[in-house]
Design a protein around this ligand. Structure first.
Ligand code: ADP
Ligand code: MG
Length: 624
């Protein structure tokens, strides 16, 4: 065996993370202990799982545990586990590289603004490197389970760009991480302090965490178990305090923030399982940046043994913000992802998880409206995906959605569909909405002018996902939903059919001239019931996509066939009347074109030739 020491550089990203962690996380320095204990616990979980198929792995030392020890004279703190351990390659891959693609995305998302980045990193969980917040040197000794004493590896780094690796003779499997504390970090060389931190952050860890007590009445050199060491979800609900639930959430999700709400249930019957589901307060890092295929946050246990992260199998995509644990009594321990996909028991657990989550959100909406508003701000748009994805729960999900409306003075003043229906005017048949690029654009859409003037509430859908989502929501509580920019607005909608007919007839010559002037650029020019203030607007066919959506899709490289717009005009408007009175051919062509372009702009469309538009406006303004 060579005892040669090899020095290797960290991957560039690791240095970046290290720098960030040590410089921006100081105010949260306690978390290093939680992170290292969580790694030790993961290592024990992994070994227990591996031992299911190879019992020899734990032979001789079957009681999995975590030990914390400190040495005041040497100024070191050691966290040790007898879990799975690592091979030399694994040490290089796991500790010397940023293996997780999520971490990369995190790095790419950094803004350079220390305050914001600290928040980000807090939501993300910094893992092993958090050791360098309080240590100026870290020594890791590890030996993979199943090997022999010669397989040990010693890794050491001062956290500045490089680390050393050498072979080490280790008598037992598992990993120990020794922190050489920085000057001023003596508080972590104190039994009371460590006990308090373990209680606070790691009480629920399902393996015993033993602290070598050195103070008070405990004789020195004796290990004492300081945590509950029972899986939190397996304890009777009556014994679990809200603080316990919160602490468990934090270590489960590596989130600094409190959970917004949780639901803990034990099901006994044809199959038995426990679920503990949390709704976070803010979008944790991964929900924001990782794609839909990289989900995690819901852990599957089988009879207390951690099996895998199974969010994708246990929750639909639109509930991907949920964090938690499912522990089944009935699934086979050797279950694979493939088996999970088609397992009948899993399908039942999944639909129960959906139901529990929707129940929880319902309750939050009813009992804690402020928290529910927070939820809507954080995850409302994710939940909207459920309208399209989960037909069976569509009505329930729709009930939970909140929309801005013409009754609210800003984008945050939202209403539910139930609120809307409750205050519908007598005779109003449908739920009106308009979609646009933004709240402001929706609010000022010319298409809703007459509805607004008549005091009819219109939902203002200004999020990107709305246009797609609303295509799946045709009806709610027996009321049809209608886009104010689409199709005919007729007498039944509160307008006066006769007056409209008369206006259309009177305006017929103007309509004909406009159509003639605009030619193929429009499908049709009409007088409608939408406008009271603007001269013109675009009206869509029942199945047309809104112009702002067409633009977005084109920008994303999609081939969207251009649909010809219907131009609705307001014969009372001065600009239309000016067009009607204009006798000069060139000026009348300019005015016609301007009416169309104004309508296109307010609909969130882009003008194909902005300079020509400007030139036209200038000619008209200057009376040229
Ligand atoms: P995470 O735990 O989120 O994967 P960390 O930075 O905390 O990220 O740890 C990185 C990796 O290092 C872990 O995924 C694991 O593979 C390895 N590791 C860290 N600590 C231990 C340990 N005590 N035993 C075995 N492997 C470990
Ligand atoms: Mg970790």
């Amino acid at each position: 065996m060579t005892s040669q020491t090899e020095t290797r550089p960290f991957e560039a990203e690791v240095s970046q993370v290290l720098h960030l962690v040590t410089h921006s996380l100081y105010s949260h320095k306690d978390i290093f202990l939680r992170e290292l204990v969580s790694n030790a616990s993961d290592a024990c979980d992994k070994l227990r799982f591996a031992a299911l198929s190879d019992a020899a792995l734990t032979a001789g030392d079957a009681e999995l545990r975590i030990e914390i020890e400190y040495d005041k004279d040497a100024r070191t703190l050691t966290i040790r586990d007898n879990g799975i351990g690592m091979t030399r390659e694994e040490v290089i891959d796991n500790v010397g590289t940023i293996a997780r693609s999520g971490t990369r995305k995190f790095l790419e998302s950094l803004s350079g603004d220390a305050r914001k980045d600290t928040q980000l990193i807090g939501q993300f969980g910094v893992g092993f490197y958090s050791a360098f917040i309080v240590a100026d040197k870290v020594t890791l000794l590890t030996r993979k389970a199943g090997g022999n004493s010669a397989d040990g590896v010693r890794w050491e780094s001062t956290g500045s760009g490089q680390y050393t690796l050498e072979a080490a003779d280790l008598a037992a499997r598992g990993t120990s991480v020794t922190l050489h504390l920085k000057a001023g970090e003596e508080e972590f060389l104190d039994g009371w302090k460590l006990r308090e931190l373990v209680k606070r952050y790691s009480d629920h860890v399902a393996f015993p965490i033993r602290l070598r007590a050195e103070d008070g009445d405990k004789p020195s050199g004796e290990f004492e178990t300081v945590n509950h060491a029972v899986a939190l979800w397996a304890r009777p609900k009556a014994d679990i305090s809200d603080d316990d639930y919160r602490a468990f959430y934090k270590s489960l999700s590596h989130d600094f923030n409190e959970p917004l709400a949780w639901t803990h249930n034990r099901v006994e019957g044809a199959q038995s399982y426990t679920s503990l589901l949390y709704v976070p307060e803010k979008p944790p890092f991964d929900a924001v940046f990782s794609g839909r295929d990289e989900r995690h946050g819901l852990k599957l246990y089988i009879r207390r043994v951690f099996i895998m992260d199974a969010s994708e199998q246990l929750l639909p995509t639109y509930l991907r913000f949920v964090r938690g644990v499912v522990d089944s009594d009935d699934l086979p321990l050797n279950v694979s992802r493939e088996i999970l996909q088609e397992n009948r028991l899993v399908a039942q657990i999944r639909s129960a998880c959906v139901k529990r989550t929707l129940d929880l959100l319902d309750k939050l909406a009813k009992d804690e409206p402020e928290k529910f508003t927070q939820f809507t701000a954080a995850f409302g748009n994710v939940l909207k995906e459920g309208i399209a994805e989960d037909g069976a729960n569509r009505e329930r999900i729709a009930k939970l959605l909140r929309f801005a409306s013409t009754q609210g003075e800003d984008a945050n003043k939202t209403v539910s569909l139930d609120d809307y229906i409750a205050r519908m005017a007598a005779g109003q048949e449908v739920i009106w909405y308009i979609t646009a690029d933004s709240w402001l654009a929706a609010r000022n859409s010319p298409q809703i002018e007459s509805l607004k003037a008549r005091g009819i509430e219109v939902l203002l859908l200004g999020d990107r996902i709305d246009e797609w989502m609303i295509g799946y929501l045709h009806e709610y509580a027996g009321k049809k939903l209608r886009n104010a920019a689409k199709g005919e607005l007729d007498a039944a909608d509160g307008g006066d059919a006769q007056a409209r007919e008369a206006a259309a007839q009177a305006a017929q010559p103007v309509l004909d001239r406009l159509k003639q002037s605009l030619g193929d650029a429009v499908d049709k020019v009409q007088v409608g019931h939408r406008l009271t203030e603007s001269p013109a607007c675009i009206v869509l066919g029942e199945y047309d996509m809104a112009p702002h959506m067409q633009r977005l899709l084109r920008e994303a490289g999609h081939d969207v066939p251009a649909s010809k717009p219907i131009l609705e005009i307001n014969p009372q408007h001065a600009l239309v009347q000016r067009f009607a009175a204009e006798t000069d051919a060139a000026r009348s062509a300019d005015l016609a074109q301007l009416l169309l372009e104004e309508a296109q702009l307010t609909a969130g469309d882009q003008l194909p030739d902005p300079s020509a538009f400007i030139a036209r406006v200038n000619r008209i303004v200057l009376g040229a």
